[in-house]
Design a protein around this ligand. Structure first.
Ligand code: HQG
Length: 178
């Protein structure tokens, strides 16, 4: 299948499963699931038709495994701005996790800590290379080290999505270093 079309479908899924289901009249339940048939119909109705096979291909080949299919339902595994309860269990993190950002955000981050900004949670990466890629979406990346082990010992809860993004409510500045 055409790679560009697959990416386009993936972006369409991210927009409507994470951020703006109401744009196409889609219902997303409390755990983030939408009905696949309903999604295909809504997309067709709103001028971007794709088939179930194309959807399955886009989910299976997504570079970051952003979505999960479960029978006739689909959801984004993380990255939401709409309220969802993913029901991920609190999980002990590795000693260090990483956050990719850019220099212009650094003053504020080192002063105020990492905040979820538009999303539900702060997103952390298990390794520097991944964090660098996250930061590079916005410019020349800066990678911060998060002392996750110490945070967990101090009572902060971590969760990990199926595509290995670590999620936490916030990271106070004392756990961060450049
Ligand atoms: C920054 C992508 C100022 C933060 C990626 C980031 C990731 C602050 C931006 C996932 C701040 C938020 C998430 C503070 C945080 N002051 N700036 N106190 N605290 N920031 O996109 O982590 O492709 O919501 O550094 O790969 O960049 O969508 O978070 O630059 O996994 O699947 O505020 O999104 O995945 O930006 O990226 P975002 P993120 P997907």
């Amino acid at each position: 299948m055409d790679e560009r079309r697959t990416v386009k479908i993936s972006k369409y899924l991210a927009l409507h499963l994470r951020h703006r289901p109401e744009r196409i009249g889609l219902t997303v339940d409390a755990e983030g699931w939408a009905d696949v048939t309903e999604l295909l119909e809504a997309a067709t109705r709103h001028g971007f038709p794709f088939t179930r096979a194309e959807l399955e291909h886009a989910v299976a080949n997504n570079d970051k495994k952003r979505f999960e299919l479960d029978g006739d339902r689909i959801r984004a595994v993380q990255g939401h701005s709409i309220p969802v309860e993913l029901n991920l269990p609190p999980t002990p993190p590795p000693e260090f996790l990483y956050h990719g950002t850019v220099r212009r955000s650094l003053d504020s981050i080192l002063r105020n800590g990492l905040k979820p900004m538009g999303r539900h949670a702060v997103h952390l990466s298990p390794d520097r290379a991944t964090a660098r890629r996250v930061g590079a979406r916005r410019g020349r990346p800066v990678v911060l080290t998060v002392h996750a082990g110490r945070m967990a010992a101090d009572g902060h809860e971590f969760r990990v999505s199926s595509n290995e993004v670590w999620l936490v409510d916030s990271v106070p500045p004392e756990y961060l270093r450049e």
